[in-house]
Design a protein around this ligand. Structure first.
Ligand code: T4K
Length: 374
């Protein structure tokens, strides 16, 4: 086996989707000229408005990152007791529940969609359940209508972690307006980047007012009293990046889609390596290029392929591994089997994508993968 890296520099997952640096410099000159860097500056207001328009909702409330968006939302919704959540997610989804003083109750996911569905959630409800927290994995919708039906029937609140789902649709409707509220992430590795950043989207005026108060120590027009407050404000620099990212979002998506399709072509016909599909007619952001490895057919396991690629500077990732339910303190308290989740954590692999990955890189990565399995 040749251990020399196939690429001189490492190729990453999610690197990166960025605006033109000249545009960023122009925007930054404005920030310096105004001498106003944070505390609800004009760019934060503009980002709130532009994001509400983008997501097709009455309110987008920007904050420092997606994790804090979820922490604030859970407090603002005044939930208590248990919240049903998948373990097949980034740890931040579950940690936010703990920060909000809630008990995460793990529910297994559907093997086809890799997400919660109405039947699975209904079976996990107990008298202590107050809400369902769905996660739109890989930008595909997490059964929003089915979960809304269960929530209504059982008198539960419904919210979504849409960290992966900027610019995506479910049955033609843009993700952002489902449940009582949804949260998004604008981390550096996301299709829309503020370096760090996030927002909460909702059509609920009272909830939006409460969130605007909660995110800041500063009194605002929407001042609402009686709840905890935090400094979760977006800086003007983050807002500038998000506004510029929105300007170029369609191009970022188009370019990632080309990478995704090139991967599919380059890896077509390999028994034991399947791509995660996007339904025809839906909009997706192609932020991730995800494959599922069946070791018995491919001849090597997901982890063996990962190690082989890593040794050659192709830094593929295994989201999500280990499953949150296999980490402490959750593992010791686990009382249900999560068979599908456990399997998914062993078989999925995310391939490098984003602006730093050229079409030639994709072709070379495909050739490397083919050489690993022959
Ligand atoms: N809910 C879900 C479902 C999520 O997936 C996430 C975050 C959240 C909630 C919470 O949202 P945030 O609080 O993060 O806004 C990365 C991202 O940091 C994280 O935002 C994302 N999900 C998760 C899926 O991926 P890590 O720990 O894998 O990041 P890291 O630093 O290893 O970076 C991934 C790759 O990107 C590396 O190969 C290096 C490359 N990279 C990274 C950064 C930061 C760059 O090339 N440049 C960079 O600036 O979590």
């Amino acid at each position: 086996m040749n251990e020399k890296p196939a690429f001189d520099a490492p190729l990453h997952v999610g690197q990166l989707n960025l605006p033109d640096q000249a545009e960023f410099r122009d925007m930054f000159e404005g920030i310096f000229a105004r001498q106003f860097y944070t505390n609800h500056g004009p760019l934060e207001h503009a980002a709130d408005q532009a994001l509400a328009e983008h997501f097709g909702v009455r309110h987008a409330i920007t904050v420092v990152n997606g994790t804090v968006a979820l922490m604030l939302l859970l407090r603002a919704m005044e939930l208590s007791g248990e919240v049903i959540v998948p373990a097949f997610t980034f740890p931040a989804t579950v940690q936010s529940l703990v920060w909000a003083g809630l008990k995460p109750v793990f529910c297994d996911v559907d093997g086809d969609t890799q997400m919660l569905n109405a039947a699975l959630v209904e079976a996990a409800i107990t008298p202590a359940t107050s809400a369902i927290l769905g996660v739109h994995i890989w930008g595909r919708g997490c059964d929003p209508h089915g979960l809304a039906g269960v929530a209504k029937k059982q008198g539960l609140q419904l919210l979504f972690d849409a960290a992966h789902a900027t610019a995506c649709t479910f049955e033609g409707q843009r993700i952002g307006g489902f449940g009582r509220a949804e949260i998004f992430s604008f981390h550096a590795t996301k299709i829309l980047s503020g370096a760090e950043g996030g927002c909460i989207t909702t059509n609920d005026d009272a909830l939006a007012a409460r969130l605007r108060t909660l995110r800041s120590f500063h009194a605002s027009d929407e001042h609402a009293s009686g709840i905890l407050r935090l400094n979760a404000k977006l800086s003007e620099a983050q807002a500038a990046m998000i506004l510029l990212g929105l300007r170029h979002l369609d191009r970022f998506i188009q370019e990632n889609r080309q990478r995704y399709e090139l991967y599919r072509q380059g890896l077509a016909g390999i028994d034991g390596l399947e791509f995660i599909d996007y339904a025809a007619g839906e909009q997706s952001n192609y932020q991730f290029a995800v494959v599922r490895i069946t070791a018995t057919k491919l001849g090597i396991s997901r982890d063996e392929l990962l190690d082989w690629l890593t040794a050659r500077n192709v830094l593929a990732r295994r989201y999500f591994h280990p499953g949150v339910h296999r980490t402490e303190p959750f593992a010791s308290a686990l009382s249900t089997e999560l068979k599908v989740t456990d399997e998914l954590c062993q078989v999925l692999l995310q391939l490098p994508t984003g602006q730093a990955i050229t079409q030639d890189h994709v072709r070379d990565i495909c050739a490397l993968i083919r050489s690993a399995i022959t």
